[in-house]
Design a protein around this ligand. Structure first.
Ligand SMILES: Nc1ncnc2c1ncn2[C@@H]1O[C@H](COP(=O)(O)OP(=O)(O)OP(=O)(O)O)[C@@H](O)[C@H]1O
Ligand SMILES: [Mg+2]
Length: 249
């Protein structure tokens, strides 16, 4: 794994106000204790719903100048101003080199990004326009998964910082593996990924650093030790047994 660290760590430049819901989030409580450092070109944040994964990576994206709804740094459409104030309190330790490319993906608002794809294609980028790669068809004319993979395969250009919130949401298992292959190519071209995910398959990306967030804070773990992996493995081994057990309760 080569890659490049454009973001080396996250910390708080000032405390988050105690009366804000943010102060109670496990991820913010952990930030208050010191920096979360990035050591690998691919970092995953995993953990239960609501621990603050999206809040954290969205704050990182906004602090770096990305549109909170998703997109490149030049994207400035706004549909709903729902991002948190955490970015104002966040200190981002940057690497010596600046990324040449970048994208912030929020699964929830990819629709809006697709709506602005004409704008995306007008921006300076590395690859050919995305619409070209699909015979000039707008991303809206493709399925959610197809359009997301088109973005990663045709528009992510390398030497980039890619911040992705649950990229698996759109993808079949086969396409998720295609995304992982594409990520590997991009890492080989000096890219960094910071990703929140619930997908055990994605966490197995070779050499990635997996941070599991829970009430106990944030732990760097082997992906096989995550709750997601363990539960999925047990389920797949014997779905009838697990469901029978749960449903009999
Ligand atoms: N404006 C708000 N006021 C109060 N609480 C909020 C607000 N916005 C978000 N939250 C809470 O912040 C918590 C963290 O949300 P976040 O979306 O970061 O979780 P997550 O780890 O990404 O979860 P998931 O796995 O479901 O995507 C949630 O419990 C949510 O209810
Ligand atoms: Mg989330």
């Amino acid at each position: 794994m080569t890659g490049q660290l454009y973001v080396r760590g996250l910390s708080l430049r000032e405390p988050v106000p105690e009366d804000s819901y943010l102060a109670a989030l496990p991820v913010v409580r952990r930030l208050a204790e010191g920096e979360i450092a990035f050591h690998r070109p691919v970092t995953f944040f995993v953990g239960e719903n609501g621990v603050g994964k999206s809040t954290l990576i969205e704050a990182l994206a906004v602090a770096l100048g990305f549109n909170p709804e998703g997109g490149t740094r030049n994207f400035n459409f706004a549909t709903e101003n729902s991002h948190s104030e955490l970015y104002r309190h966040l200190r981002v330790s940057r690497g010596a080199v600046k990324p040449r490319d970048g994208f912030f993906l929020r699964a929830e608002s990819f629709y809006n990004v697709a709506s602005n794809i004409d704008q995306l294609d007008r921006e300076p980028g590395f690859g050919p326009p995305i619409v070209d790669s699909y015979g000039g068809v707008s991303l809206h004319a493709q399925s959610h998964g197809e359009s997301f993979l088109a973005l990663a395969e045709h528009r992510f250009g390398g030497h980039g910082l890619y911040i992705l919130d649950e990229p698996e949401a759109a993808l079949s298992p086969m396409r998720l593996m295609r995304l992982m292959v594409r990520m590997d190519e991009l890492v080989g071209q000096a890219s960094q990924f910071i990703v929140s995910t619930h997908a055990p398959m994605l966490m197995a990306f070779p050499g990635a650093e997996v941070y599991e967030i829970s009430e106990r804070g944030i732990q760097a773990v082997n992906y096989r030790d995550t709750e997601h992996w363990q539960i999925t493995r047990r389920f797949l081994e014997n779905p009838e047994k697990m469901l029978g057990y749960l449903m009999d309760e």
